[in-house]
Design a protein around this ligand. Structure first.
Ligand code: GLN
Ligand code: ZN
Length: 764
């Protein structure tokens, strides 16, 4: 047994118990909160988090993980990688310049935002070029370290590691697209060395450098860079002890590199597919002479830990390293703050949940368990086993009818009856659409009146009937506009939906909703993902009422609108007690019933959105084929119960396919709409070159911008589309839903769209 094991975490929710940070940051943007007040609130939230972590029994607390917006942006500031266009603003005022990089200003574009690995957190992409010069700016890191030290804690500064930082970067505007940010490693390492020295002299014993990029497949050049980076940083004479932390998946080829590097500790994820790190670590000969931080508590899901299983993993690890500390698999930034606040939940369900505070307690208990022996935590183990048993045995978790139905699914259930050729003929005969038909992606502007009506209904200020009448009125208006604009396949506009996942989650058994389960999505934006807790069943139709109401108001076809199984999983907390594919299949069966009900009620076109198909790709390529297999099967299962003459659409919000092209084909949707307006219809060419055989609507209206595209511009884009896709298979539509746009822009843009389609049809 090791002498002692520390409990620690890599990061903690930043927002505060009541999302105070959001209020302060947005108040600052609105000019209602001063810079001093903002910094004061931020400092208070940091102090409260450290106090809480230390009181819970963490031996080492993270510092520097806090952020006013994003920790990757903080890293860019720390190494002086300020894009040219933001430099003046940053020099004039560090705080305003920081927010300008994050959000842009009237005149200057912000940094691009993208997903932090396979989480739903978004970071700001560093922009680098051959001329980038790095300089160390330790104000934030040293400042927060000092705060924690002053408060009497044992802080460990947490920094994005240099290699991951470069791998997350992109060439700055104007720099050749093939510029490789890794080529800047030699310039960046001295700056990291300087920062490490600063932190040492400010009192840091340990510094954590995060290298999650190596949980992805990386080419040899990146692996070599990793080896070189830690050889050099490790060789510094005056430096704190270095902990390299990795998370989100197994380390693979990078594991032996980091195990052999002259650093003092390594953090590894042992949850989910990353559990493979255990065998890999043993094969690499363990970590003799090093500290191992074992991420055995899932840092990105909401379920209680299986304490006995973690103790057994930790037991094995004790033989492999000098010292084994216990942590969550990744920063607790990705889970909500405190499950005990969920007083609206069935107490039995609440007992199965662990948010950041509960996970911290689990980590402390596990660390005590391996330091002092499991007898020291016998009570806790007993409680944990009882809670796990309650979850496994609960009727909330298991619905026998759903299980039997899912188990009986055959390959034929996930195939349309007719071949695509038969379907096309049947659909043409039924729908009688013109060449180059026009449609939209589903939502129309979510006006303030709609949001107010929803809030009024929740607060009891209006009754359900009044609310329903407002929705009906909105639908009538949306339809009237579409008829007048001359669109061919209409939508009801989704006015009744707050969110494309939550709306369905609220209507499916097996899902639970939280009241306070906020997690940061980006900047001051927080989302409250629903929790997939049990077997999924549809107690009654979810969209039938408004879709059929809309159809009753027009003679043109109205498209039914559903969220696909993969997206339902991707934007929720998922079950950890069954394979994801199993949950997807249950959701798919519920959606299949909805699709079939829509068809039976006369709906001729149904769209099932899957914007999350690509973002849910596993980090490791080896895991992708099986993912794509169940993901595409779930989509087909949801959509294959219909007749040949019912047209199935799908929609995705991105324009790069690469390796999912085959999967998109495997969805077997009759029509797919995609984002394309900004990328000159590239996607249409890509699909055509890949031999995509069905109908395509590459977006011709960029809905991310308030700009109204002219008829000319749309006509040009449609003609570019025609260069790739034959006219019988091309649709005209916007890039995505219109819910974030204003009515004025939408009216003009869609009129231009139908006019452009007419011109192309006639002039062809
Ligand atoms: N049907 C949804 C909408 O129009 C699709 C949203 C999305 O693709 N993210 O809003
Ligand atoms: Zn979209």
């Amino acid at each position: 047994m090791t002498e002692r094991s520390l409990a620690t975490v890599y990061g903690y929710p930043r927002q505060g118990a009541d999302r105070e940070l959001k209020k302060a940051v947005e108040g600052y943007w609105a000019g209602k909160v001063s810079a001093d007040e903002l910094h004061e609130t931020a400092a208070r939230l940091r102090r409260a988090a450290w106090r809480e972590l230390a009181d819970a029994g963490l031996g080492e607390v993270p510092s520097g993980d806090f952020s006013l917006y994003d920790h990757v942006l903080d890293t860019s500031v720390m190494v002086g990688a300020i894009p040219e266009r933001h430099r003046a603003a940053v020099e004039a005022d560090a705080l305003d310049g920081y927010f300008a990089m994050a959000r842009g200003t009237q005149d200057v574009a912000p940094l691009e935002m993208t997903k932090w690995f396979d989480t739903n957190y978004h970071y700001l992409v560093p922009e680098l070029g051959p001329d980038t010069e790095f300089t160390a700016n330790c104000v934030k890191q040293v400042g927060e370290l000092n705060e924690a030290l002053l408060q009497g804690h044992n802080p460990r500064p947490v920094l994005v590691g240099p290699v991951t930082y470069l791998l997350l970067s992109k060439p700055a505007p104007g720099v050749a697209a093939d510029f490789d940010p890794l080529s800047l490693l030699d310039k960046l390492l001295p700056v990291y060395a300087e920062i490490l020295t600063f932190l040492l002299s400010a009192g840091a014993e340990w510094v954590q450098l995060d290298e999650p990029a190596f949980a992805q497949d990386q080419p040899k050049a990146a692996l070599d860079a990793l080896a070189r980076a830690y050889r050099e940083l490790g060789a510094l004479k005056q430096r704190p002890k270095i902990l390299v932390a990795t998370y989100f998946d197994r380390l693979g080829d990078a594991l032996p590199i980091l195990a052999a590097a002259p650093v003092n500790g390594l953090g590894l994820d042992f949850t989910g597919p990353a559990a493979a790190n255990l065998d890999d670590l043993a094969s690499a000969g363990g970590l003799p002479g090093k500290r191992l931080v074992a991420g055995v508590v899932d840092g990105r899901n909401v379920w209680i830990n299986d304490v006995e299983r973690s103790l057994s993993t930790l037991g094995t690890l004790l033989g492999l390293a000098d010292r084994v500390d216990v942590a969550a698999s990744c920063s607790l930034l990705h889970v909500p703050y405190d499950a005990t606040l969920e007083t609206g939940l069935d107490p039995e369900v609440r007992r199965w949940l662990a948010f950041a505070r509960q996970k911290t307690a689990e980590i402390v208990a596990l660390s005590r368990g391996i330091s002092k022996g499991t007898n020291a935590i016998a009570d806790l183990i007993g409680d944990n086993q009882a809670a796990l048993r309650s979850r496994a045995a609960s009727p909330l978790t298991t619905n026998q009818a759903v299980r039997e139905r899912a188990a009986a699914v055959t390959d034929a259930d996930a195939r349309r009856a007719g071949s695509y050729g038969e379907r096309v003929d049947a659909q043409r005969a039924r729908l009688k659409l013109p060449l180059l038909p026009t449609t939209t992606i589903g939502s129309f502007p979510q006006t303030n009146e709609l949001r107010v009506a929803r809030a009024d209904l929740r607060a009891g200020r209006i009754d359900q009937a009044t609310y329903d009448e407002r929705i009906a009125a909105e639908i009538r208006q949306v339809l009237a506009f579409q008829e007048e604009a001359g669109l061919d396949v209409l939508v009801h506009g989704e006015p009744e939906r707050n969110d494309m996942v939550q709306y369905f989650a609220e209507r499916l058994d097996g899902y639970v909703a939280t009241q306070h389960g906020w997690v940061q999505s980006y900047g001051s934006r927080y989302v409250r993902p629903p929790i997939l807790a049990g077997d999924i069943a549809r107690p009654q139709p979810m969209t039938l009422r408004w879709t059929t109401y809309a159809q009753s108001q027009t003679s043109k076809p109205v498209k039914g609108m559903l969220t696909g199984p993969v997206t339902m999983l991707a934007w929720s907390f998922v079950r950890d007690d069954q394979p994801l594919g199993e949950t997807a299949r249950q959701v798919a069966l519920a959606l299949r019933d909805e699709v079939n009900d829509l068809e039976a009620a006369g709906t001729a076109v149904v769209q099932v959105d899957e914007p999350a198909l690509r973002e849910t790709l596993p980090l490791r390529a080896a895991d992708r084929p099986s993912y794509l297999e169940w993901a595409t099967e779930a989509f087909r299962l949801a959509t294959s119960g219909v007749r040949d003459d019912t047209q199935i659409h799908t929609h995705m919000c991105y324009a790069e396919f690469g390796e999912i092209l085959a999967a998109i084909d495997a969805l077997d949707a009759d029509v797919i709409s995609l984002e394309a307006a900004r990328s000159h219809m590239e996607v249409a060419h890509e699909l055509a070159e890949g031999g995509y055989p069905r109908e395509v609507g590459p977006g011709v209206y960029d809905i991310h911008s308030p700009r109204v595209p002219s008829t000319d511009e749309i006509e040009r884009l449609l003609r570019e589309g025609l260069a790739a896709i034959p006219v019988e298979r091309l649709w005209g539509n916007p890039d995505c839903g219109l819910k974030t746009r204003g009515w004025d822009e939408v009216r003009s843009s869609l009129r231009n769209l139908t006019e452009a389609a007419r011109l192309v049809r006639e002039g062809r």
